[in-house]
Design a protein around this ligand. Structure first.
Ligand code: F6P
Length: 369
């Protein structure tokens, strides 16, 4: 028999994604329905691990009043960080060097002191790996899948993805007319880390002429040939959509910054590189547009808002039913639970037999292969 719950805490970790506030609202309201108190940890776990940073408390009480009217807002009212992993917490040592220290014991001690019985961790692969580790150490934890990248396994989709794809689609729609007016190549770079979901979905929705994703290494000659063929057919502009993690055959993804203690590597730069190369290869003027963090901002779409609300309520339900070490997931048409161990440390890439990918091939989109 699992001990009953009176207090829970919420943590939002990793890059922000539209829908985080909707999850927070849903968790707080569903917890309140059960008579549970809810607390919010600031910026991942920093609210616990770096208390001096937060003069007004690194962990704050969240009541129904405090989450009123936040469901449609982008970002997270708790703040987030993608360099605050408590299992490898970047710490400056007395000799000035920075080392990664496991500080999970501090989280357990804090939650025990505060009589917090369970944790809802909202995040992507990094956060859910932390959630899994905390669960193995004896904490009651439920994960909620968040990321614009949609690269989490065992869920049909993550919240944030639909909003990112919708916005990228609108941006590419707008680029068609300016590219056509100037007879240019427009290379659009979108986020997604090592998976091509955002590029694939928005590229097909917005009629990109080439889509380059990490799962399919590209040959620049193939893209140049496609552009020249379009020109010969009187279609003298082209839109090339590149995922930030896309790579040439025998190449590597382009980096903005290498990994350092507490920081993962930062991808980016392929847009400019490709625009330069394609201009040289085709003799046509090319421009690069990087959509970057614009894809993470703004109000969540109705789909993301609804998924977020369903995930939040399901997370509380799961705790109430005595579950721990699970992630709530979308398994159309329902939300189900999957073991965190099946998700932690795994990445969902675009499968080569994907119907969406096949659709792109069927309608003649160039994938650079
Ligand atoms: O994982 C979400 C994401 O937006 C990736 O698509 C991107 O590579 C990364 O985060 C960027 O992170 P940062 O906020 O550190 O620039």
């Amino acid at each position: 028999m699992t001990a009953s719950i009176k207090r829970i805490a919420i943590s939002t970790g990793g890059g922000d994604a539209p829908g985080l506030n909707a999850v927070i609202r849903s968790v707080v309201l569903a917890a309140a329905q059960r008579g549970w108190e809810c607390y919010g940890i600031r910026e991942g776990f920093n609210g616990i691990l770096l208390p001096d940073r937060y003069p007004h408390n690194g962990v704050t009480r969240l009541t129904a009043d405090q989450v009123r009217g936040i469901g449609h807002l982008g970002g997270t009212i708790l703040g987030t960080t993608n360099h605050g992993n408590p299992l490898r917490f970047a710490t400056t040592m007395p000799d000035g060097s920075v080392q990664e220290i496991n500080r999970s014991a501090d989280i357990h001690a804090y939650l025990k002191k505060m009589d917090i019985d369970a944790l809802v961790c909202i995040g992507g692969d990094g956060t859910l790996t932390i959630a899994h580790a905390l669960h193995l150490q004896g904490l009651r934890v439920v994960g909620v899948p968040k990321t614009i990248d949609n690269d989490l396994d065992k869920t049909f989709t993550t919240f944030g993805f639909d909003t990112a794809v919708s916005f990228a689609t609108e941006c590419i729609d707008r680029l068609h007319s300016t590219a056509e007016s100037h007879q240019r190549i427009m290379v659009v770079e979108v986020m997604g880390r090592y998976a091509g979901w955002i590029a694939l979905h928005s590229g097909i929705a917005a009629n990109a002429h080439a889509i380059l994703i990490p799962e399919i290494p590209y040959d620049p000659e193939k893209i140049a040939t496609m552009i020249k063929r379009r020109d010969e057919n009187g279609r003298n502009y082209s839109i090339v959509l590149a995922a930030e993690g896309a790579l040439a055959v025998n190449g590597l993804p382009m980096l903005q910054a290498a990994a350092t203690a507490g920081h993962v590597e930062r991808l980016g730069g392929i847009g400019e590189r490709l625009a330069h190369d394609l201009q040289t290869m085709t003799g046509k003027e090319a421009r690069a547009v990087v959509l970057g963090h614009l894809l993470r901002g703004g109000s969540p779409t109705a789909f993301d808002r609804l998924s977020a609300m369903r995930f939040g309520a399901a997370a509380v339900r799961a705790l109430d039913e005595g579950h721990s070490g699970i992630m709530v997931a979308l398994a159309f048409p329902n939300v189900n639970y999957v073991a965190l161990e099946e998700v932690a440390g795994r990445m969902k890439a675009v499968p080569m037999d994907s119907d969406t990918l096949q659709t792109g091939r069927d309608i003649g989109i160039c994938f650079g292969d």
